[in-house]
Design a protein around this ligand. Structure first.
Ligand code: LFR
Length: 477
């Protein structure tokens, strides 16, 4: 197999990017073509995404891909999970997609659980309870019950606009709370019992299939004179990130650290026990039928919202410098619980963190670097505890921890995670998600072959990694 050129669209909650990959056996090059900001837009009635702005940026990036790589063989999209756009039978978008941090589901969760209780939901779908899971959003959205409408998850909505075809990619479908954890098919009985229309959800496609060629209109917009296929990958960004973990042993734990810290292990079968539900671990679907057994930790959101708060008040912030100063502070400072729901919505993050420290009778971080140190200590502690729980609940040993995503560039976070977990932390790649997207595409197009381990081998050859060894701190067990 030769080398192919492919475009990966990777949309994160705080930034999106379109990357060009040149991939073949022994060759893996990544070029960033377009990077853009993303985030919640607050309207009087709640939080939304700027989905048309995102689509426009996807087109800008794809246009650059077509110009820079005349032989471009295909493209694929991944994004954050759970959120959707509704389309009418004639294809028109109904309303504007909501942001998962919108608070409207709080009012409906008890009602959903009165119909199907949380224990049964977990036994059927294996999904951790998060207030924004799609099923709660559906329950809070009267527009879904109008007959004939289709709900498309964000990558599938963009994919529909690009190809005209409506599908649901399976890894992302597993975050709706409506997918059968054992079979990977829609749980039709559950959908009916919750009162959602039978035909609300589009047919499933696993990663690695063709959705279709770009429509003639899109091709014209991109000045493309030949058919270009859009294919499925792990369209849930975390599914692509886990495929993009450069592991060489099944005994690995991973931390995909961006806006969120997704912390867990890779399994062959779901863990649907009560203990697993109590610990709020999720069984999301991975590429090639794997299970991503993990828990959401709040992640770099705590930092990015703090930076945003400081900037709004006119302070210039150099995060790299702040992290350096934070590293010089003594260990054993204050810690918060990053998963406390008070930190979930946008707003003044430093103030919420200071209050949480005071409420626990801990020293209140009184400088930006003390606050950064508090966040990183707290994240490392939560990461280590979550890894230990994943090990205990799944029976899968974790001999090495891979930290991928934006957080892998944060040397202090990596070292603190190694120290707290007592395991070596292998940091990188930063762009694990885009790489996971590209590796699956390359296999679909025949430039690579083999299972996920073969794909990860290509990755290990191509990307620089850095290992952080734990200092003599006992593992939390
Ligand atoms: C990470 C992520 C998480 C999901 C959260 C909300 O970007 O996709 O996996 O729980 O965003 O969709």
């Amino acid at each position: 197999p030769g080398t192919v050129e492919l475009a990966a669209v990777d949309l994160g909650a705080s930034s999106g990017r379109v990357m060009l990959g040149r991939i073949g056996s022994g060759r893996l090059e990544l070029t960033e073509l377009h990077r853009f900001r993303n985030g919640p837009v607050r309207l009087p009635d709640g939080l939304y995404w700027d989905v048309l702005g995102l689509y426009q940026d996807v087109l800008v990036g794809l246009g650059r891909a077509v110009r820079q790589a005349p032989g471009l063989a295909g493209a694929a999209i991944d994004s954050w999970a759970v959120d959707y756009g509704l389309v009418d039978p004639d294809g028109a978008l109904v309303g504007n997609p909501r942001h998962y941090r919108d608070a409207r589901t709080a009012a409906v969760i008890d009602r959903v659980h009165a119909t199907v209780d949380a224990a049964e939901l977990y036994r059927r779908t294996g999904l951790q309870h998060l207030p924004f899971n799609t099923l709660y959003q559906f329950a809070a959205d009267p527009a879904v019950s109008v007959p004939g409408r289709t709900a498309l998850l964000v990558p599938d909505l963009l994919g529909y606009w690009l190809t005209g075809r409506q599908i649901t990619e399976q890894t992302n479908a597993s975050t709706t709370g409506l997918l059968d954890a054992r079979t990977g098919a829609w749980d039709d009985e559950l959908i009916r019992r919750l009162g959602f229309p039978d035909d609300l959800l589009a047919p499933l496609l696993p990663p690695g299939e063709e959705i279709g060629p770009l429509t003639p209109e899109v091709a014209t917009d991109l000045s493309l004179s030949r058919p270009l296929p859009l294919t499925t990958v792990g369209s849930h960004d975390t599914a692509s990130a886990v495929l993009g973990v450069p592991a060489d042993t099944p005994d690995f734990g991973y931390i995909s650290c961006g806006t969120w810290g997704l912390v867990g292990v890779e399994l062959d079968a779901p863990v649907l026990t009560d203990g697993s539900r109590d610990a709020n671990f999720t069984n999301e679907r991975g590429v090639d039928g794997t299970v991503r057994y993990l828990r959401n930790v709040m992640g770099l959101w705590l930092l990015s919202e703090s930076v945003r708060t400081w900037q709004r008040s006119g302070t210039t912030v150099d995060l790299a410098e702040l992290i350096e100063r934070a590293a010089a502070l003594p260990a054993g400072g204050p810690r918060i619980d990053p998963d406390d729901p008070v930190f979930a919505p946008p707003g003044d993050m430093p103030e919420r963190i200071r209050r949480a420290c005071a409420a626990r009778d801990q020293p209140v971080p009184d400088s930006p670097e003390a606050l950064v140190r508090c966040v990183l200590d707290s994240l490392a502690t939560a990461f280590a505890a979550t890894l230990a729980e994943a090990e205990r609940l799944s029976g899968r040993a974790v001999s090495v921890v891979h930290l991928v995503g934006g957080g892998s560039q944060n040397a202090l976070l990596c070292q603190l995670t190694a120290d707290t977990s007592g395991r070596p932390v292998v940091a990188g790649p930063v762009e694990a998600t885009a790489l996971g997207n590209l590796l699956v595409q390359a296999r679909t197009h025949g430039a690579l072959s083999g299972d996920r381990w073969a794909l990860r081998r290509e990755l290990r050859r191509a990307v620089p990694l850095r290992t952080y060894r734990p200092a003599g701190v006992p593992a939390p067990r």
